[in-house]
Design a protein. Sequence first.
Length: 292
Amino acid sequence: MSSELGPEGHTVALYWDFENIHAGLCEQKEPGAYARGDLRFRPQDPLVNVQAVVDLAASFGPIAINRAYCNWQFFGRYRDQLLQNAVELIQLFPPGGAAKNGADIKLCLDATEDISRFAHIGTVIIVGGDSDFMPLSQKIKAAGRVLIGVGTRPSTNRHWAKSCHEFRYYETLVEVAEVAPPTSEQSVAAASAADPVSAEEKAPLTADSRGPLVIAAPEAPRDLLRRALRLLADKKKEPWVNKAEIGPMIQRLDSTFDLGEHGYASFSAMLKAFEEMLEIRRVNTTEHVKLR
């Protein structure tokens, strides 16, 4: 099942139980350490690939809500990834040293309120593996919205996964995710040499979460096109993608993308420039594209 269940043209609401997904990845590296508290109450090294999950959400439509719930005092090293993907952070202090921070409860309340207030939300994506989300799944489906779940394999409750219209395991998302755009000092130098006045002003901030913000060269059209095609094909479980869907998908992946800035008069001209990596076929009056 996919987002075709929902109303055409509707938007996506993405909710993260952020500590849940992070803890699941910690447990994979060192079983039991996070649950015991050996790792929990200290600054956390980034493990979650935020971009891979946001890309999944974008494949279902424009993202209207992108909200993450956590005790952020220990998760500052995720700063750049979260900023890069425009994530709204909800701070939740735990009421006691060993208590849960209530992220799942607050998330459920907000999601229920949002779908009742905003008719444009057609797809809801919940990142987290707790069985606590099962009542929320019933509310979302009763409201006629599509529910997509995301969680790590070892930490996801199977009943919660089965209660979604569709469930994606985080590990699979990361396996199919594209390599991030260049973030090295060399790429910045190359951009500056090409346009010494405006290279830094045009370049986005990278998702390098371990240090200060770094300026990176804009992502190449070839890489954006490849990411868009792979995400759309993965969503539909079909290698051939409707040509009309590719442009909007690219725009959702990078809202700053402009055909004219890259020298293309039209989207068709851009596809023609990369015809060596594409196959194009016409079915009746509709063109379909796939990666070679």
